[in-house]
Design a protein around this ligand. Sequence first.
Ligand SMILES: *Cc1c(COP(=O)(O)O)cnc(C)c1O
Length: 356
Amino acid sequence: MKKYNFNAGPCVLPRVAVEASIEAIRNFDNTGIGLLEISHRTPGWDKVMNECEALWRELLQIPENYKVLFLGGGASTQFFTVPSNIMSKKAAFLETGVWAKKAIKEAKLYGDVEVVASSADKTFSYIPKEYTIPTDADYFHITTNNTIYGTEIREDIDSPIPLVADMSSDIMSRPIDISKYGIIYGGAQKNVGPAGVTFVIVREDLLGKVERQIPSMVDYRTHIKGGSMFNTPPVFPVYVMYETLKWVKSLGGVEEMQKINEKKAGMLYDEIDRNKMFVGTAAKEDRSLMNVCFVMNEEYKDKEAAFMEFSKERGMVGIKGHRSVGGFRASIYNSCPVESVEALIKCMQDFEKENA
Ligand SMILES: *Cc1c(COP(=O)(O)O)cnc(C)c1O
């Protein structure tokens, strides 16, 4: 049976990127040696690193004074790497979910943390709007897409202090004005590749200002100097990311991705709002285009397990909500085909016909 993959991460990848990566494992760049067995110091690999960086720069229009790094450790490693590099005394945070809370916990190891606003009062179902960014903090940290709760900050906000954004789950889903940010980071496994590589876009002049000693591997300057190859880079994940970005470019870049994402999310939210049996959990104005969260309507609460089973029989995979919120979550990142969204909508409609 055909499977429709809605997993939140790692998630579905473009088929062409998967096929190209399989071929590279067999024979990388016509060297007769597989990608998993080559030295990262071969010219063919240099080419992949350079072209991958060039794709990032082209797709997101990254200005010259920003560096692009491909590192290990996941977004979670950036939770302490960012404060280690740029926090002298204090950092400000917008608390919009579990990932923001985890970032706050790590930042506290390096100084004071001011949470300027939080949506914890309503299970992170909205994005706080009324807050003042303190000008005496070293930076202001946001999570642009809250993967677990399905809320998203879709514009590039103005900040009087350097803006740091965890964009793990919505990078490359829309054009962004990079110049409004100091640092953007994320794990690749939601929207740009498989697990194992972390992207960091950093404005270089922010570095070198803290007094603390920074371990070499944590210091962004080490990786800038080494071209993300100070130590062995995550060769395979970088390669799959490279093929994924080629696919994004082939479709017309992030402007086109945004149109497709708006269409996919629009279709699914329309069905949630129309269907008697379901209700969306995120505030309408803050709904994520990437993670669509919904629950059974009060009247049909006892049907949750039945819908889970019904959807499974029709090939839906990964639509169970995060364990902290329950219900359902369909992650419809860039690589999730529109056919998957159509199949899920059909499934919801058929379930309604049989049960409501
Ligand atoms: C998944 C996720 C993370 C954690 O990423 P890892 O690479 O697993 O450390 C952090 N932030 C957000 C917004 C995420 O969706």
